[in-house]
Design a protein around this ligand. Structure first.
Ligand code: BJW
Ligand code: ZN
Length: 247
């Protein structure tokens, strides 16, 4: 449970803050009913007993694109029924209140956009976008279910989810914008991420080195808890909206 004194400190920081960067992970969407990746409520094993590391790789897609698309279809069907929660809306409200604001999300579910966030980098991609494996054209596709195996409207070759899989590089532009925001913010909020997947796992250190006050909001302790300036334990949908009353 979040302590009143911790919330008080954070509200003071919000009052003084001029530039804010927020980093979110699967925990913020857990309160909307989207499974996280790791932990007891995680995605692993939920679909035909596969772990995400076995499916979210370029090698898995090359070997068996049908299997990988079937997994994404299952996830698209699940996410299509979910709505943003009060934490997503509170993050969108922070964007409106602070002219210097940037949201970095690792989530591919699109719920931040659905809540109204516009100043954001979806650094691991978006489950509603597909990319041609040949001409690399990126288009939105909200079909549920998507046709197996989907093809490019331009060149008719196979398309893949526009998602950053393990071992793949993040988009240059997303990395550039993220580091620029982290290095120029005086407050960095890290919400609902286990902090184990790089490069995002290194973002708290980047912000701290640049002088930002770094706050973690998470249901549990994480490998980063000892390192941040303030670690608040609680549900994102309960803690994040409380911040709005202090800024
Ligand atoms: C709540 C809550 C509630 C629950 N309220 N909180 C350096 C060192 C070691 C390895 C590497 C390294 N650099 C790169 C790597 C390799 C790899 C990596 O990091 N591996 C680690 C696992 C060790 N990284 C990459 O491959 C990246 N590429 C890259 O860096 O390229 C260059 C390179 C390659 C290889 C070597 C070196 C350099 C790309 C990473 C892309 C990851 N993509 C995924 C899969 C997407 C597939 C899909 O969605 O379809 O993205 S991995 C998966 O994890 C997904 C997530 O975005 C990401 C992060 O997970 P997240 O969001 O933190 O979720 P969880 O489940 O882990 O945690 C949820 C948290 O919420 C928990 O803490 C809960 O307590 C909390 N919570 N309910 C608040 N209600
Ligand atoms: Zn194409």
């Amino acid at each position: 449970m979040a302590r009143g004194s911790d919330l008080g400190i954070l509200k003071e920081k919000l009052t003084d803050a001029r530039a804010i960067t927020v980093l979110t992970g699967a925990g913020i969407s857990a309160d909307s009913g989207v499974p996280t990746f790791r932990g007891v409520d995680g995605l692993d094993g939920l679909w035909r007993n596969y772990r995400s590391e076995e499916l979210a790789t370029p090698e898995a897609f090359e070997r068996d694109p049908r299997l990988v698309w079937e997994w994404y279809n299952w996830r698209r069907e699940l996410i299509a029924t979910k709505q943003p929660n009060s934490a997503h809306y509170a993050v969108a409200e922070l964007e409106r209140r602070y002219p210097r604001f940037w949201l970095i999300t690792q989530n591919v579910d699109g719920l931040h956009r659905a809540a109204g966030s516009r100043k954001l980098s979806e650094i691991h991609g978006n489950i509603w976008m597909v990319r041609c494996t040949a001409c690399r054209r990126i288009v939105e596709n909200r079909d549920v279910p998507i046709q197996i195996l989907p093809t490019c409207t331009d060149c008719r070759r196979l398309v893949r989810p526009h998602i950053v899989w393990f071992g793949e590089s993040l988009a240059e532009e997303d990395l550039h914008r993220s580091y620029a925001a982290l290095q120029s913010s005086d407050l960095c909020l890290i919400i609902g991420t286990s902090g184990v997947v790089y490069p995002a796992a290194g973002f708290a250190a980047v912000a701290k080195k640049a002088g930002a006050f770094v706050v973690e909001i998470n249901l549990d302790k994480t490998p980063q808890s000892h390192f941040v300036d303030l670690s608040i334990q609680g549900r994102a949908k309960e803690v994040v909206p409380l911040l709005l009353s202090g800024c």
